[in-house]
Design a protein around this ligand. Structure first.
Ligand code: GDP
Length: 302
């Protein structure tokens, strides 16, 4: 329901498609597909995906496979669903068999990293896991206070920097060591999110990744990139850079309860080949849900 209402703007934009297709006939194909292209672009699908969708529909129409507006609409929805569910993409968290599993949460400031970490802790704890939080955003002083509030709220343990200006990598390494010694199942690592253009942030993330890998071979098991669902196609270069530097294993799209820009979800998944694992639909402990591609498609195309 929350996703459905969050995507109301995208759905309103895309509703034009129904009218377009209602009067579709073979002779009108070019005009209808041109207009469809416009609608998809306005809804943040981005040029690459838009062309893919429109050309695939054109091919099917010209081959005589699609004979009515409603068949075209169904095929459009199926194409988008196929783009979201890539073969081999694992949508479940991959936590491996070694304890503790390590999950790093990365992304630019304000996207919802700390909040998502808190909600993820709540979710995993409810599934029976013993969770340790690590306050790796040592750059922003308020970040560890914020994470401590989440630790209290969810009843999870937390490791914070012992001194000011501590290195993020040493806080995370210390947390994973404690996780190992004290039998925690999962260590959730918060990280700093200074602007993505800041090279030293990327160096810091690489150092964090190496530091946790030294304590537990194979860690981090997941590196989840948090993206603000309202940023539209601007999220693409951001996601590309994080992925190139640290290798993202999954996405968390936040603030889908606001007025999220639907099309870019498809663009980012297609371009990076990385699955959306969770979506944020509010600020409460229960407001992180596994991504359901089918529910998404039904929410954007009414
Ligand atoms: P960080 O800087 O990336 O750690 O971002 P924060 O976790 O501090 O979140 C920034 C703001 O976004 C806070 O006010 C959060 O409460 C809010 N926020 C995060 N996720 C969501 C979400 O899914 N929905 C809504 N409505 N707000 C969110």
């Amino acid at each position: 329901e929350k996703i459905f209402s969050g995507f109301s703007k995208t759905r309103d934009n895309l509703a034009v498609i129904d009218e377009l297709l209602l009067y579709w006939n073979l002779a009108e194909t070019d005009r209808v597909l041109d207009e469809l292209e416009e609608v998809l672009l306005v809804s943040d699908f981005g040029p690459r995906i838009t062309i893919k969708i429109v050309e695939s529909l054109r091919e099917d129409i010209l081959a005589g496979k699609l004979k009515s507006g409603s068949e075209i609409k169904d095929t459009l929805k199926r194409i988008v669903l196929d783009l979201l569910i890539k073969k081999g993409n694992k949508v479940d968290l991959q936590l491996g068999f070694r304890k503790p599993a390590v999950v790093m949460i990365v992304g630019v400031n304000g996207g919802g990293k700390t909040t998502s970490l808190g909600k993820l802790a709540y979710r995993l704890k409810n599934e029976g896991a013993k969770i340790l939080m690590a306050a790796g955003d040592t750059f922003r002083a308020a970040a560890s206070d914020q994470l401590e509030i989440w630790a209290e709220r969810t009843g999870c343990d937390i490791v914070v920097a012992e001194k000011e200006k501590a290195k993020a990598s040493s806080v995370l390494s210390q947390a994973v060591k404690r996780g190992k010694e004290q039998g925690f199942d999962v260590v959730l690592c918060d990280t700093s999110g200074r602007l993505h253009t800041n090279y030293s942030l990327m160096e810091e993330l690489i150092a964090c990744k190496k530091a946790v890998g030294k304590v537990v071979p194979g860690a981090p098991n997941e590196i989840l990139l948090v993206l603000d669902g309202n940023t539209g196609l601007n999220m693409l270069p951001q996601a590309r850079e994080f992925n190139e530097v640290v290798g993202i294993t999954g996405l968390i799209l936040t603030k889908l309860d606001g007025s999220a820009r639907g099309g870019c979800v498809v663009s980012v998944v297609d371009e990076l080949g990385i699955p959306v694992k969770f979506v944020g639909v509010g600020e409460g402990v229960e407001d992180l849900q596994p991504f359901d591609a089918e529910a998404f498609v039904n929410a954007v195309f009414s």
